[in-house]
Write a protein that binds this ligand. Structure first.
Ligand code: HEM
Length: 512
């Protein structure tokens, strides 16, 4: 007996809005008992700027969750507390490694209720943090969206969230469409599966167009230096001043440090749904296809490796992650297309979906290069400049003078300090599994093309960019994969959810 095809309603998913809530996010908690939370978040930017947020939060009463009724209220409460929490942690002269009871106690309860970690996840800042400008217009249109809250007040921050929301909304109809395709494949209905795949491919192209609109209104420097630091988590954040993570003061008396990844679009269930339904497999980061086969052949148990994409499922709301697990058990499209290989329109429609998703990942790599890799290189170059070296020398000669306790950080400076620290340490820094950011993203992109059916599409999608004339004469041919050439310098760079290394030999928008 085949497992049943999932029913969207069982997982709280909407046929029109997908992973976005069916009921629009509330703009206020109805119970006046929560007015204090509302007031703090309504004034978040002013409180962060004046460095008064911590004082205000410390004086808040510990509110009970008893007044939260409908799901929409729980979601809003989570969103409010996550903005407060990250403002509290990153919005001072140095990061706070404690979240006080007025945030920690209700946030832990609400997170448990919603089955989502108590940090600013993609759900907190994107899925549950928007409103339409015109109620009678669709929310898959960037011109009809506004964020409810931002840390900075910058339109760039809103835009960063809104592009994701528009993509979620535009991509939402693909979910019921592909569940229909799964059912049709069970019925051996080639025509219906072909139709669904064709529509899917067209929508994916729309999503890439939306993704590219990031460049319109989100400035890379503002993103890198002002926005990203507020989204940082508490895992691998020693260089930013949180060596152990954060203590959530829940009043139990036996609290220990917790570590969570930061908020990232890698926590989007939509993109993972696409992968699963198309039968795309993401290997543990750094593992090549041949390696996986070799281990299988030799009957050795695979060495435990870090699979970042799978890890991100823990940061999705529980029902969304469970929906993906369910889809995994029924995904039959790849096998169906393989069995009906002789049907060209079917194979072409399937391969078109892979090609479109691969193209989306390609554009995303260019975005990450522009918004993270290049600004982080600039910071690094500055830290190596003669002026910076002189400053370091001055600091060194002044070392006998009393130094302030800790390192002076504010959210805006934290990234720069972090980069400078990483640059200083040079050679052997390891990030999340010691993985280079772009190598990780390229692996995900290349894996997207691997299940292609037609020989020519497979060849086309496994094409490597021409690198002739770009190799270092002394270092030899730069490996496109996860491993750095021996002796090449790794530099730690904070991504969004993860901390990564940057491979100096690859990168630059034009390379992709
Ligand atoms: C300025 C815009 C963006 C930047 C700087 C950015 C940056 C990153 C970074 C650094 C990662 C690596 C994982 C991490 O550290 O979190 C990542 C992964 C990812 N991002 Fe983005 N991202 C952006 C926009 C988007 C948008 C709009 C989407 C919407 C679909 C998206 C989807 C993903 C996905 C699905 C992954 C996981 C890797 C994969 O599946 O290919 N990103 N992003």
């Amino acid at each position: 007996m085949l497992p049943p095809v999932p029913v969207l309603a069982d997982y709280g998913l909407s046929p029109t809005h997908g992973f976005l809530p069916d009921v629009l996010p509330l703009t206020r908690l109805p119970d006046p008992y929560y007015n204090k939370w509302e007031a703090v978040v309504a004034n978040l930017q002013g409180l962060i700027l004046s460095k008064r947020l911590r004082g205000v939060v410390d004086r808040l009463p510990v509110l009970s969750t008893i007044g939260l009724e409908h799901d929409a209220e729980w979601r809003r409460a989570y969103m409010l507390l996550c903005f407060m929490a990250h403002g509290y942690i990153w919005g001072g002269d140095s990061p706070s490694d404690r979240l006080p009871p007025p945030i920690a106690v209700p946030l832990l309860e609400i997170s448990a209720h919603l089955e989502v970690p108590p940090v600013a996840t993609y759900a907190a800042v994107c899925l549950w943090n928007f409103k339409p400008l015109f109620m009678d217009e669709d929310i898959d249109n960037l011109e009809n969206l506004a964020s409810l809250y931002t840390f900075t007040g910058a339109t760039d921050e809103s835009w960063f969230y809104l592009v994701s929301i528009a993509m979620e909304a535009r991509g939402a109809p693909i979910i019921p469409l592909m569940l229909t395709a799964i059912a049709a494949a069970r019925e051996n209905d080639v025509q219906e599966v072909t139709r669904c795949l064709g529509t899917f491919a067209e929508r994916l192209d729309d999503l890439t167009t939306l993704l590219q609109r990031m460049h319109e209104s989100c400035d890379p420097h503002i993103f890198y230096h002002r926005i990203r630091p507020f989204l940082a988590g508490s895992k691998n954040m020693a260089d930013a001043g949180l060596p152990d993570g954060v203590i959530y003061e829940d009043g139990s008396g036996n609290e220990t440090y917790r570590q969570y990844a930061g908020g990232s679009n890698a926590q989007s269930s939509l993109i993972q749904f696409f992968d699963i339904v198309l039968g795309i497999q993401h290997r543990p980061t750094g593992e090549k296809p041949s390696q996986a086969q070799e281990t299988e052949r030799e009957g050795r148990p695979p060495a435990p490796k870090h699979n970042f994409i799978m890890e991100m499922r823990q940061y999705m709301p529980g029902p969304h992650a469970r929906f993906l697990d369910h889809v995994q058990t029924v995904a039959n499209i790849r096998d169906f297309v393989e069995q009906n290989k002789h049907d060209r329109p079917l194979s072409v429609a399937y391969d078109a979906c892979l090609a479109m998703l691969r193209a989306l990942r390609d554009k995303h790599i260019a975005i990450v290069t522009r918004y993270i890799v290049l600004p982080s290189r600039e910071v690094r170059a500055r830290s190596r400049s003669p002026a910076a070296t002189r400053r370091k020398l001055n600091l060194a000669t002044a070392a006998s003078r009393p130094q302030p306790q800790g390192i002076a950080y504010d959210a805006r400076g934290a990234a720069a300090e972090q980069e400078a620290a990483a640059a200083k340490k040079g050679g052997n820094l390891k990030g999340t599994g010691g993985t280079a950011l772009i190598a990780f993203l390229k692996q995900a992109r290349d894996e997207t093309g691997e299940p292609a059916i037609e020989d020519w599409t497979r060849r086309f999608m496994s094409r490597q960019p021409r690198t002739a004339g770009q190799n270092d004469f002394f270092a030899g041919k730069a490996d496109e994969g996860a491993d750095l050439p021996v002796g090449a310098e790794e530099v730690q760079v904070p991504g969004l959810a993860g901390t990564w290394t940057i491979d100096e030999e690859v990168g630059g928008i034009c390379n992709y």
